[in-house]
Design a protein around this ligand. Structure first.
Ligand code: SF4
Ligand SMILES: [Zn+2]
Length: 397
């Protein structure tokens, strides 16, 4: 049946199915993996704000078998914005020691005296026993605990892998270290998370994991995706604000806003090639940061509410490196990125004062864009791109 003649619920389900199938197809079109488990990606060392001072943060990415949710054998194709899968072995099992050896090698290359914060990413869920075997996980914790001057460790996971046992284990091995556990809330809008992001879990599962992490006195961190597939610029601003507000209410201690970027062989890449998606402009990102600041202080930045979480601007350190990031215009991009960096160092919105550029007019124009309900816009956009044969630009690349 043509989607135009379907009842709303059926149209919605058909839209979800179309997105899922396309997402999966894009993953299957990827050239064979050339991930080298003996040579993980270089470590990024960044300066960042931590408990009121500027700390050195090392971002370590392990070349892994990839996120279970993204494996095509599970039939999901993963989340529609996520390109991590390309840099993994894509489900091919690794030797038991491979992840540990990579981590040890990467740690050896760091300046041990100066790094206070380690972010350890495995292009998926660190707490999944299939992705990181429990013994490897514990060996990694041992190395982290022995790392001199380390004060904070950040890991990421899907909520289904958060349970009493893994959290107790973290406390047993890393009791002296602040451990942040990052989970993608992405959006508080279940329709968007389900249809546009293909996340595979709901807000209630996110909240249950946050509760458990708090019960164990660990630190829950929420990632909020700014501008998922099929969303307008204007909706992206409102949606991020709502998502951050709900993340705060759920009890997270840190919110990281992740502006959408174009990662290879993802649905966002497909929409971008067909002219149906642009990453959010940095103007939108700045606006959201200002509004959130206003929201949590009610306009008086000297107010500090007890449950006010830390706010970070993420989304600029990824592996593989995205094809395109959130940006404004060539005249001011560098300046805008510098301001975001400064914001992350000082957590002070005054860094954006005085920032002006002619491209602000283009942003205001973009905010006028309006679209029909999600199921309708998904079907009509995908119809348009099928007619343009956008998929052909992924074949034989
Ligand atoms: S965003 Fe996270 S859960 Fe989704 S596919 Fe990527 S690694 Fe997996
Ligand atoms: Zn500009």
């Amino acid at each position: 049946m043509k989607w135009q003649r379907m009842k709303p619920q059926l149209m919605r389900e058909a839209a979800k199915e179309r997105v899922r199938e396309l997402n999966l197809r894009l993953k299957r079109l990827m050239p064979p993996s050339d991930a080298d488990i003996s040579s993980p990606p270089p470590v990024n060392v960044i300066r960042d704000e931590m408990h009121g001072h500027v700390a050195e943060r090392a971002v370590i990415t392990l070349t892994s078998r990839g996120c279970e949710w993204a494996h095509s054998r599970k039939g999901s194709g993963g989340c529609t914005m996520c390109g991590h899968y390309k840099g993994t072995t894509r489900g091919k099992p690794l030797d038991q020691r491979a992840l540990f050896d990579q981590f040890r090698t990467q740690l050896q290359g760091l300046n041990h005296g100066s790094i206070e914060w380690l972010c350890l990413y495995n292009s998926g869920s660190f707490l999944s026993p299939e992705e990181v075997p429990p013994e490897t996980r514990r060996n990694i914790y041992d190395l982290v605990a022995d790392f001199p001057n380390i004060r904070r460790l950040t890991i990421e996971t899907r909520p289904e892998f958060v349970n009493q046992s893994v959290l107790k284990e973290i406390n047993r091995y890393l009791g002296q270290i602040e451990v942040e556990i990052g989970i993608g809330i992405e959006t508080v809008n279940d329709t968007v998370r389900d249809l546009c992001i293909n996340k595979g879990y709901g807000y209630s599962e996110f909240c249950a994991a946050v509760d458990l992490i708090n019960e164990h006195h660990l630190k829950p961190l929420a990632y909020a995706l700014m501008k998922p597939a099929f969303m307008t610029e204007y909706e992206a601003i409102l949606n991020t604000l709502c998502s951050v507000a709900h993340a705060i209410e759920s009890g997270v201690k840190v919110v990281s806003i992740e502006p959408g970027s174009i990662q290879d062989y993802t649905l966002l890449d497909y929409l971008r090639r067909g002219g149906c998606y642009d990453p959010p402009m940095i103007w939108s990102v700045i606006e959201v940061v200002k509004m959130i600041n206003h929201m949590v202080t009610l306009g008086d930045s000297s107010l500090k509410f007890p449950n006010t979480p830390e706010l970070r601007m993420g989304g600029y350190v990824f592996f593989p490196v995205p094809l395109e990031f959130s940006q404004n215009c060539p005249e001011c991009n560098e300046r805008a990125m510098g301001l975001i960096e400064q914001f992350n160092l000082k957590n002070d919105i005054s860094v954006f004062e005085g920032y002006q550029c002619a491209c602000r007019g283009q942003w205001l124009e973009r905010l006028r864009d309006r679209k029909p309900p999600y199921a309708v816009r998904i079907h009509s956009t995908l119809d348009e791109l099928e007619q343009k044969n956008t998929i052909s630009s992924f074949i034989g690349r």
